[in-house]
Design a protein around this ligand. Structure first.
Ligand code: ADP
Length: 363
């Protein structure tokens, strides 16, 4: 638990002019639809933009106000925080905001109201905590191996930190594990200190669906907002090569996300999709109150037994929400009009202001 208490934030929020709220975020990741959606719901918008990166925000004209910083990490500087409070800003966290501001700074130093639960951000970034949320929710996850000696079928080996899958590999025996570690070390992709931290899990042979949910704390309801699959380098380029050539050139693929495709899932799988979303919301309420208020994502693989298996979660808006800036088939079913994740966030804030329940969705 960080030093910033919800009560401090509520005091700041108390002084805000609620008729003049600005929706602000860091210019990266999913900021285009976050700000566009805020405008659609009638809010003023501000972007905290790194010098030299203004172009997309100007060309798409999503920001009323620009707060220019030399480096993204300056967002936690006291004077920037003051500028944000001066414009009654509610900050929407996303993947780059967490990465650049730094978790510890968000927990201890960033005294600006943010949408959602700031304490849950740590739970998605530490693999063991993330696992705890899924296990508590009784959600199907890849089987975990405690030692490389136990490897008895294909496994995926991962290492700490968001490294875009660099150094991750597939193995199917203890010997193959040792050989691949050796190759990765020679390549400089792994250090000795990484080896003990290897996370070994069942390789799920299946198709990837990243499912974007929104949990409304105001309505106590989980919505499916959209789905995407990842377009990852080098694996997705690699598979265009005939298998024989793949063997010849002896490449080990990486999984660096370069873009996303929108996706829909078989209708018969939707009961499972709703079930795992509901379960995760319940376990997060138990383990890290007030839970997963707002957007979250479950990255899943669906095997040929039609099981939806979750291998990773995000507890804030995920990059794949960019596939439905104008709404998705699922958000259309719920809302009947174009509804991006960004717009859904602002709709929730608007509803909370009307009901005088902002304290339920801000930390
Ligand atoms: P990171 O978040 O560090 O980039 P991920 O955990 O998202 O890495 O994994 C990268 C890719 O590897 C995923 O997009 C997915 O396609 C694949 N993957 C992850 N876990 C498994 C697994 N248990 N079985 C099969 N493929 C997996």
């Amino acid at each position: 638990m960080g030093k910033i208490k919800k009560s401090n934030i509520l005091k700041i929020l108390d002084k805000y002019d609620k008729d003049n709220i600005t929706i602000a975020t860091l210019g990266s990741h999913t900021s285009l639809h976050i700000l566009k959606g805020a405008k659609e719901e009638g809010f003023k918008t501000a972007i905290i933009c790194e010098k030299g990166r203004e172009t997309p925000y100007q060309r798409f004209n999503v920001a009323d106000e620009y707060i220019i910083v030399n480096e993204f990490k300056d967002i936690v500087n006291e004077e920037i925080q003051q500028q944000l409070r001066d414009i009654n800003a509610i900050v929407i966290p996303h993947g780059s905001f967490v990465a650049y501001a730094g978790l510890k700074n968000i927990e201890d130093k960033f005294n600006v109201p943010i949408f959602g639960n700031r304490d849950v951000l740590r739970w998605e970034s530490e693999r063991e905590k993330e696992r705890q949320l899924l296990v508590e929710g009784n959600i199907r996850i890849p089987y975990k191996y405690n030692s490389p000696e136990d490897i008895d079928r294909p496994v995926m080996v991962k290492f700490p930190g968001a490294r875009g899958g660099r150094g991750y590999f597939v193995a199917s025996s203890p010997t193959e594990f040792k050989n691949k570690i050796h190759i990765m070390k020679e390549r400089g992709w792994l250090e000795d200190s990484d080896i003990d931290k290897a996370h070994i899990e069942e390789y799920v042979s299946g198709c990837n669906y990243c499912i974007h949910y929104f949990y409304s704390a105001l309505e106590d309801k989980v919505e499916i907002m959209g789905m995407d699959t990842r377009y990852e380098s080098s694996i997705d380029g690699f598979v265009r090569m005939p298998a024989k050539d793949q063997l010849d050139i002896n490449l080990t693929p990486s999984y660096v996300v370069t873009g996303n495709h929108p996706a829909v899932i078989r209708e018969s799988l939707l009961p499972q999709v709703f079930e795992i979303g509901d379960k995760l919301v319940e376990s997060a309420k138990k383990l890290v109150s007030p839970g997963l208020n707002g957007p979250f994502c479950m990255q899943t693989l669906v095997n040929d037994n039609l099981e939806v298996i979750c291998f990773e979660i995000s507890a804030r808006t995920d990059g794949g929400t960019n596939t439905f800036m104008n709404g998705s088939p699922y958000s259309y079913l719920t809302h009947g009009k174009p509804m991006s994740m960004g717009r859904r966030i602002s709709l929730e804030i608007k509803n909370a202001i009307e009901k005088k329940e902002l304290e339920k969705i801000i930390t």
